[in-house]
Design a protein around this ligand. Sequence first.
Ligand code: DGJ
Length: 725
Amino acid sequence: MIYYDESGKIFLLSGKNYSYAMFVNKYGFLQHLHYGSKISESDAVWLAGRIGKAYQPDCEGNNTDLDIDNMPSECGFAYRGDFREPTVVTERADGASMSRYLYASHKISEGVFEPSGLPHARRGDKTLYVTLRDGFSDTEIVLYYTVSDDSDVLVRGSVIKNAGKTALKLKKAFSFCTELFAADWKLLKLEGNWVAERSPEITDLGHGVTKIQSLRGASSHQMNPFAALLRDGADEFSGECYGFQLIYSGSWAITAERNNINQLRIQGGVNDFGFCWKLGAGESFHTPQAALCYSSEGMGKLSREYADFIRERIMPPAHAFSTRPIVVNNWEATYFDFNNEKLFAIIDESAKLGIDTFVLDDGWFGVRDSDRSGLGDWVVNEKKLKGGLKAVIDRCKSKGMKFGLWFEPEMISPDSDLYRAHPDYAICKKGTTPVYGRNQLCLDLTRKEVRDCVVEAVSKVLRENEISYVKWDYNRDLADMYSESLPADGMGEFTHRYMLGAYDLFERITSAFPNILFEGCAGGGRRFDAGMLYYFPQIWTSDNTDAVERTRIQYGTSYCYPLSAMSCHVSVCPNHQTGRTVSFDTRGAVASLGSTGYELDISKLSEQEKQKVKKQVEDYKKISDLVLSGDLYRLCDPFAGDRFCEMLVSKDKSKAYIAGVLTSYLPRRNSSHLRIYGLDENKTYKITETGECVSGKVLAAAGIPFRELREYESFVYHIEEVKKK
Ligand code: DGJ
């Protein structure tokens, strides 16, 4: 719902449980009024009069013009009295960068705005477009806000236009800016590393600017493009929380600036470090979108809202809710060292156990027996695979299985035919030694001919073979930000243009093969973000497949992404990353909390383990609907103590699934109860594993003992409503 009060120039946007209000103050600034719980139209009018006036600057009289510094703003500007970090910065031909963006007009339209070449919210009820103008710099900014009655996510973005007659340099172009009033704010960010992605870290927000970012050309292992603000002691289950998530996969930044009257400006978008975009007369720049979310019921509710938003409005609709294949992937089973016999053995055994898709990972193409060569040569290596891909696909088909294939299309090995033919396709400034990552270079996707070459090579393989699944990998960060195709004063566009080029690749290839399920991957979770999920409905969550480590990685990832987005596999023990050994049951329990699969040599399992795989596959099929569309309740935080537990509940609360792990043995804490929040307190449920019938009320109020588990042991409960006769 979007309401506009003409007399006070007040905008009130309302979603399912939140409102967002702003007004045009008497000097023409678009001033922020409220973001939080739902308010009425008359409340918004009152707010404009009280809060609005209280924070309105005094731009009249002697030098009080500088008094804009405390004004809660929807778009910060540079050098004209707003001394906080700006949202948009332009520079004119004469070098002047000062600006003041004032309200010019607005309109309200049905549906969403689709930024050109960028992933975006696919649907929404209504969009408010507010046009701001600055006459001095001749900049026009259209801020847009998409609301939906059935969602707590507010989508924001902007279009920045050079409305003048001479070129402008756009030096900062954030996607959103909003302000929150004084409170005890805590910042939750998802920091990490390779094999340790997305660990929640909660810190105080002191005065000044707190910045989280990636400068790696990818959203990054190290910091996810997401921040949450927790108000006055809010936690998992209660209190007010705000989420800020970028629908973007390249270099990004989010800043939270607490000023000296404790107001908080939070904003974010494309990283402004080194960014400089030339805007010719009449040209526009579309920012990536940001998804803001409000919850008055703690982080748990915030995550459930984001999960619905991503499944319903971001992921490719044809795949978002369709049953995902249960895959077996040969990477940890064979690495580069495979042949027909080894693969056939995995396929044959997997088929017997009910696994539906075999995924052939790295090493099937060019000359690729290690990570030192072959990337770019997307032609099967028939010396390694006798009869080519067809032989493997035929084997899968003969066993009733489907086939998936690994690519790393954005990369090139210096030792490859592609490099020998087109060394200039690699990102590398002539005269320098390029920065290598995993012995490889990135392709210059800012160039159309390079993208065309990749599209053709990958499409040829997909056209000529029966492939139902693609794993799209990306194993290094971007460096040497330079392209021969850009003018000397255009290098500030490089990093964002790389991402636009990558999105162009994703769009062209995924739309040409709509029946293929494309899984994203980037050395595990280097690019786990809403931008990628627009093309890839699931992403390989981490290269760390240790079940205990995975409880933490998957827990952190679930703050803003649905479980179906996480590709989670059972692997062999001792685990290849950590050396830890945990039971097959625990590995299965953790991998069941996502799009599940196996990452080991099935043919080498004992008969008992094979039977466990068979049972896990059968059990997973019973709960896959919950993974695809259920609500997640994080019951125990593995970062906070000795245990992990998550529950998935169907929307109608008739069915649930719980998986828990004792992640470390701390004797005195092992007996406490697990309170089960999220079921219907008025319903009675049966726990299949124990045979108990119990009310949702007592499960929430008192809970169950966290069973007497030994270290690394786990449990799963399948829960069904007992219908009244
Ligand atoms: C990194 C991925 O995360 C792994 O799963 C595997 O596909 C390797 N790359 C292959 O090189």
